[in-house]
Design a protein around this ligand. Structure first.
Ligand code: NAD
Length: 515
């Protein structure tokens, strides 16, 4: 058995050696920009008739790479190739499957700065944000590898004298893995490795905003001894290629993380059986959030300030767990807000490749326009305290934005903006704050800053979110420590990085033999 799971430490970028390694890796990756990538179906690398490009959001004109838009025939073939590989992979000993993950963790460690660099350049992650993403991918490999071994052990059943009974977790079949761009290594790696270590095979369709990072992880799997066909890399747009894969009768399950709209669409599409389909597709769908932080009247405001800033503006507010609703007790409202605005104004926005940037760009032009539209809506719904403007033309930069005096029913307090825009709502008292926090169709993360034990206990009982934090930020869930997933329209609460997660990728078979 491997040693007990421990989280991968983060890289200290105050250390000169680490800074040098990260700079060198950025140079290395820059020298590889602009290449054309193929589809990977088993042992075959294929071009298609159409392609699309991925660009650096910090530097709009910098081409990251050109990627194939798989055609319908290629999307269907990917499912067939995965189905053929499943026949062998499902019988591979669990230790062999887990070893692929343990080796992948080693390869990620060895290529850590390179992996970070792909995300810095392709998705505008600052150095520490990119590094945390790679560390989480390593954690998923180490954690799910151990989990697969645990699930393979003899399961506790009520024993009877007349039979030998056994419960085995067997794989499902071919899965469609459809990740978002915002954790382009960690979430992609998490859903893919959970699938394959449980004995399934995968058609992986990375986000069109982060296909190079997906290709990086594919190369990690290939170096780790994953047999061809176990994970197939199929790029193309979500509404065309993604949809075709989801609809395919050979797909047994879909592991999706992304927006509410797409998640609901996939759930509906997958529910309809197609000719030749002999199962009900399982859908694991983790979606958006409208996450809150409550500041109680006796909260430690200095501590809360750091927590709010990092939850609201870390990775430009583009985390499903990002704080986008700050709910402040009226007694501390007027003293806290100026401190918050001042701190936000001090955040340095700039190219993600520059280690002094604390905030990089948002992901693309469409996101930028949508976020700026929300700022305009917000100006009508509240008082713009700071930010709200593009920060530079070279990339998709937006100033950290705070809009105060927002009604809980306002659009900017209810809809997921997915950018650096924080709506601040005043609460009359703690009861009111909890009511406002829960008045949402989402239920992903939330945080409460309070020194009042009764209030803390009430929050633990009443705040309806999948991940609740007390006196700390509402982002930064750690594998194994904070199993992650949300309620209501935030998804199926699959608790990634928790002990229940692998169950979703298996089915249990009970076998009884008469003695
Ligand atoms: P998105 O829904 O636009 O896309 C997600 C993936 O779905 C992409 O790979 C995309 O190509 C694909 N897709 C799009 N349309 C499709 C279709 N019709 N059929 C099949 N696939 C399709 O989301 P995004 O912009 O990539 O990511 C941001 C969203 O993800 C936010 O809403 C965020 O809150 C959410 N998110 C949630 C979690 C979580 O754990 N709950 C984690 C990260 C991100």
């Amino acid at each position: 058995m491997p040693a007990e799971f421990e989280n991968e430490p983060l890289t200290d970028f105050n250390n000169e050696e680490n800074r040098r390694k990260q700079s060198e890796a950025l140079e290395l990756v820059r020298s590889r920009l602009g290449c054309e990538y193929d589809l990977i179906l088993g042992t075959e690398k294929l071009k298609s008739g159409a392609s699309f490009k991925s660009y650096n959001p910090s530097k709009k004109a910098e081409l990251i790479g050109t990627f194939q838009s798989a055609d319908p025939g290629q999307a269907a073939r990917a499912v067939d190739v995965a189905a053929a590989a499943f026949e062998k992979w499902k019988r591979a000993p669990v230790q062999e499957r887990a070893n692929v993950l343990f080796r992948a963790a080693q390869r990620l460690r060895a290529r850590r700065f390179e992996g970070n660099a792909w995300m810095i350049l392709e998705t505008g992650k600052t150095w520490p944000e990119a590094d945390a993403d790679t560390a989480e991918a390593i954690d998923f490999c180490e954690f799910y590898g151990r989990e697969a071994l645990r699930y393979a052990e003899r399961q506790p059943l009520t024993r009877i004298k007349t039979e030998d009974n056994d419960l085995r977790y067997i794989p499902l079949g071919v899965g469609a893995v459809i990740p978002p761009w915002n954790f382009p290594c960690a979430i992609l790696a998490g859903m893919t490795t959970a699938s394959l270590v449980a004995g399934n095979t995968v058609v992986l369709k990375p986000s069109s905003d982060a296909p190079a990072t997906g290709a990086f992880f594919m190369s990690i799997l290939e170096e780790s001894g994953m047999p061809p066909g176990v994970v197939n890399y199929v790029t193309g747009s979500g509404p065309s290629v993604g949809n075709l894969i989801v609809e395919h009768p050979g797909i047994r399950f879909i592991a999706f993380t992304g927006s509410k709209e797409v998640g609901l669409h996939i759930n509906e599409t997958a529910a309809r059986p197609r000719p030749g389909q002999i199962w009900i597709k399982r859908v694991i769908t983790e979606m958006g959030g409208k996450d809150f932080i409550i500041l109680d009247e006796d909260a430690d405001l200095k501590d809360a300030l750091g927590g709010v800033i990092s939850s609201a503006f870390g990775y430009q507010g583009q985390k499903c767990s990002a704080c986008s609703r700050l709910i402040v007790h009226e007694k501390v409202y007027d003293s806290f807000l100026p401190m918050l605005a001042e701190k936000a104004e001090g955040i340095k926005v700039g190219p993600a490749s520059n280690p002094s940037s604390a905030m990089g760009p948002v992901i693309n032009e469409k996101a930028m326009q949508s976020i700026l539209r929300y700022v305009e809506i917000g100006k009508g719904e509240g008082r713009l305290m700071t930010g709200g403007r593009p920060a530079s033309d070279e990339g998709y930069f937006i100033e950290p934005t705070i809009i105060a005096d927002v009604d809980p029913a306002a659009r900017i307090a209810r809809e997921e903006i997915f950018g650096p825009v924080l709506a601040v709502v005043k609460a009359r008292n703690f009861d009111d704050a909890v009511r406002i926090a829960n008045d949402s169709e989402y239920g992903l993360t939330g945080s409460v800053y309070s020194r009042n034990r009764k209030h803390i206990d009430r929050a633990k009982e009443e705040c309806f979110v999948g991940n609740l934090y007390i006196n700390r930020k509402c982002t930064g869930a750690m594998v194994g420590v904070h199993p992650f997933g949300g309620f209501n329209m935030s998804g199926t609460d699959s608790k990634a990085g928790g002990r229940d997660y692998l169950l979703l990728f298996t089915q249990a078979k009970a076998v009884s033999e008469k003695i």
